[in-house]
Design a binder for this molecule. Structure first.
Ligand code: HEM
Length: 511
């Protein structure tokens, strides 16, 4: 009896016109229904109706791109809510923060969630880039999407950096003062860039307003647009990357028997069903011309319906991200120091954590930390797919066992180099041995430049020994990654007043 009442209510709710106008399909029970559900729902149609089983392997993508997306969504929602309580006015901003803490219901949770999600997004987008690199997913035809990704990474840093100033406390004020002074080092454009950013020469009301507008309008809109293009490109490039299978022997003069798995020849599954570089020319309704159609990259029999395989994973990931962020927001408060005081700089004044590696380098040479390394980093990253041209190792973590060993050796081998060079610089540095040394000598002989030189050397040696550009790229990327993370850790935990070395447990260490 109870069951039938429940059934009647369900039928009434799901059978009426309002419900049917919203949900046009019942829960799908067959493949056709699954496809229709994916096609007819606005949100679901953003992902493909069928997905290659390799793309669903959690160990392949680690879900990092999707997590970046969810974090961005959380930031937009919490950010818009915060806008109801915040005015970008130097005399008010800090008090609005205090109000969020003490006067607004759940205000502190809202602020914490926004803050932790922002830090998480900086880290996760970076890790996503690391995964894309190590799986060789930047290779043709995904070169442009990689470049878009690098831009997205820079925009993400920009979003976080502009948000840093808004609380208008000591931490914010001085982190931005230091951060924008690093931005002013590039010759010709540096000073203008800083003035443009700050609306003057110092951090003040002009800077607060500019950072606010950049933070709540310009950068989020730019990120949203680029993310849309980025995801569209993932679809157009044939879905996520995956290992290439050897080309059909048809090219070499013979088609394998699908059933064969013996000495007479490899099984069909071991070959690429649609060879990418076939000589045959196709024309699609006079609209598209090429040597092979896009289906080349797809093997339909290896794809499964996205509903429920992909949709369920996305849901679990979203709930997971939300749960972690809510828990962090509940238990850990975002820092808020005393009101910004332009006449009392803390000692040391530190940039946001993700720029501390650069700040460490700037402490030896403004040229190296402020110009050479950022420029090489951005140009180097963008040019990777155009230098490492062949498709070796695409879709395979580290390409091969050898690649894995190279990555590990470079990650571990480079880690002690930074501290060692810093130690040597402290005892035998150019300025110590030759106090009157011209700046050019210091720019050339300091831990930053020497580290850079060693990293390039490691990469060139790897190229020479292996003869593989991919191996050289892995060595370069891993060595750089390791060195930068170590410098960031040193800047965060091992630098005290006047930027001298302090051990974290030493009294007076400031983080
Ligand atoms: C706001 C930042 C970003 C978002 C929201 C985002 C989102 C995504 C998503 C959802 C995917 C597909 C699933 C996955 O790989 O997990 C993806 C793939 C991809 N992303 Fe990103 N991404 C961002 C930044 C980046 C960065 C910094 C790079 C590299 C510099 C990058 C390069 C790529 C490439 C090349 C693919 C295709 C990967 C493949 O085919 O295996 N993305 N991205």
């Amino acid at each position: 009896m109870k069951g039938s009442v429940g059934k009647r209510i369900t039928t009434w709710v799901t059978g009426n016109r309002v419900w049917r106008s919203l949900f046009r399909h019942d829960l799908p029970h067959d493949d056709l229904g699954r496809m229709q559900t994916m096609f007819t729902n606005f949100f679901l149609h953003l992902v493909p109706a069928r997905v290659h089983f390799h793309s669903l392997r959690p160990g392949y993508t680690l879900g990092l791109g999707v997590i970046s997306l969810f974090l961005f969504a959380i930031l937009v929602v919490t950010g818009v809510l915060l806008m109801f309580f915040y005015v970008p006015w130097a005399e008010r901003a800090y008090h609005d923060m205090k109000d969020l803490e003490f006067a607004v219901s759940y205000g502190v949770i809202l602020r914490n969630m926004h803050r932790w999600a922002a830090h998480a997004m900086v880290a996760v987008v970076f890790l996503h880039m690391v995964r894309v690199f190590y799986t060789g997913s930047y290779k043709r035809p995904r070169e442009f999407n990689w470049v878009l990704g690098v831009l997205l990474w820079l925009l993400t840093l920009g979003l976080s950096f502009t948000g840093y100033l808004l609380p208008w406390d000591q931490l914010a004020f001085w982190a931005i003062t230091v951060g924008t002074s690093i931005a002013s080092y590039p010759p010709w454009i540096g000073k203008t860039l800083r003035v443009l950013l700050l609306g003057g020469n110092t951090v003040g009301q002009g800077a607060l307003l500019r950072f606010y507008v950049l933070h709540v309008v310009a950068l989020p809109v730019a990120v949203a647009l680029l993310v849309a293009v980025h995801l569209w490109r993932v679809r157009k490039d044939g879905g996520l990357s995956r290992p290439l299978t050897p080309a059909l022997p048809a090219i070499a003069g013979g088609v394998p028997d699908p059933a064969t798995k013996d000495a007479t020849g490899p099984a069909l599954a071991e070959y690429e069903i649609f060879p990418p570089f076939s000589q045959k020319t196709y024309g699609l309704m006079e609209l598209a011309w090429g040597t092979s159609p896009v289906v080349e990259t797809q093997a339909p029999e290896e794809e499964i319906p996205s509903w429920p395989h992909l949709t369920f994973r996305l849901l679990v990931l979203f709930v997971g991200v939300l749960a972690v962020m809510s828990t962090m927001a509940y238990f850990f408060d975002a820092p808020l120091e005393e009101l910004a005081n332009p006449t009392h700089p803390p000692n040391p004044a530190k940039a946001p954590w993700y720029f501390l590696g650069l700040q460490e380098l700037v402490s030896y040479s403004a040229l190296v930390g402020g110009v050479v390394v950022p420029a090489l980093l951005i140009l180097g990253l963008m040019s990777i797919p155009y230098v490492d041209l062949n498709r070796e190792g695409e879709g395979i973590w580290f390409t091969s066992q050898r690649g894995r060993r190279i990555a590990l050796a470079c990650l571990l081998g480079t880690a002690p180099l930074g501290p060692l060079l810093i130690y040597l610089n402290g005892h035998f540095g150019a300025r110590l041995l030759w106090p009157e040394a011209p700046q050019a000598v210091v720019d050339l002989l300091n831990p930053g430049s020497l580290l850079l030189f060693l990293i390039v050397l490691i990469s060139l040696m790897t190229w020479r020994v292996t003869g593989s550009r991919r191996a050289a790229a892995i060595a370069l990327f891993s060595a750089f990654l390791s060195a930068y993370v170590i410098l960031m850790i040193i800047g965060t935990f091992f630098r005290g007043p006047n930027w001298v070395w302090v051990w974290p447990w030493q009294a007076g260490a400031i983080y």
